[in-house]
Write a new protein. Structure first.
Length: 255
């Protein structure tokens, strides 16, 4: 059995039809409900419900003529995907360099939404015992050094919104336990220019992260070094200085 045949039984027809409608806009700038119905092979009433649903979610926009065109949400998603790929491509050589020089694993993380951090690239360390986080892994920002490095360099409003939405799960006795503790820590991170995860997410694992800042001094990503606590604490100053030096050079190239 071909792979596509295997997947076929799991496909939701309603979702597949909605995506088929969106794909039509590769060839058409605007379409009416009647045109959509004919092109997709569904009734006019069904096409109408699809269009209303997609419009409600911002994936389609209705024109003054009553036709539909692509909405801003699709543009935003496309730009987000593009920027993630571009950023990962630009920084991968740097991650590889750091991993080779330190022997520890390096990760590139970004805000996936208003509360979660996502790891979008990595370079594995050369040491026998090393950390390896799956790409696409998401976690509350305050639970990782990478997330805290980004969060510390956000506006007060963004941080307050984060506090409203997050939960303070205790993974170890070192985990951040409340909003007051986090706010105090974020202030220190902003002063120091780097963040730490001192066995807050997992015993025996330590991580240091440095933010990448835009022209307005807001962090849009961060790079981290992670490894066993004994090795990391022994080389803390050297690792952080190396991260700060390389990322400062990278930022200069951007602006």
């Amino acid at each position: 059995m071909e792979p596509d045949d295997t997947k076929q039984k799991y496909i939701l027809n309603s979702v597949d039809n909605a995506l088929t409608i969106l794909n039509l806009f590769f060839d058409y700038e605007e379409l009416s409900t009647v045109e959509i119905a004919k092109l997709v092979g569904v009734s006019r009433s069904t096409a109408f419900r699809f269009m209303i649903t997609l419009e409600n979610r911002g994936f389609l926009a209705k024109t003054e003529k009553g036709t539909y065109r692509l909405g801003l949400n699709l543009f935003s998603l496309g730009m987000l995907a593009y920027n993630r790929m571009e950023l990962a491509a630009l920084l991968h050589p740097l991650l590889t360099q750091i991993a080779h020089e330190t022997g520890e694993t390096c990760h590139l993380g970004i805000f996936d939404d208003s509360v979660h951090i996502m790891f979008i690239d990595k370079a594995l360390g050369t040491s026998q015992l090393k950390m390896d986080t799956a790409l696409g892994y998401r976690q509350y920002a305050h639970c990782t050094a990478t997330g805290k490095a980004i969060l510390a360099f956000q506006s007060s409003q963004t941080i307050q919104e984060y506090l409203k939405k997050t939960t303070f799960e205790q993974f170890t006795t070192h985990s951040i336990s409340n909003a007051k503790e986090l706010l105090s820590l974020l202030k220190k991170i902003k002063q120091d220019g780097y963040a730490c995860d001192n066995e807050e997410a997992e015993w025996g694992l330590t991580c240091y992260a440095v933010p990448i800042l835009d022209a307005s001094q807001r962090a849009f990503a961060a790079v981290s070094i992670s490894g066993p606590t004994t090795r990391m604490t022994r080389n803390k100053d050297r690792h952080i200085k190396r991260l700060q030096s390389l990322l400062a050079s990278f930022s200069k190239k951007l602006y």
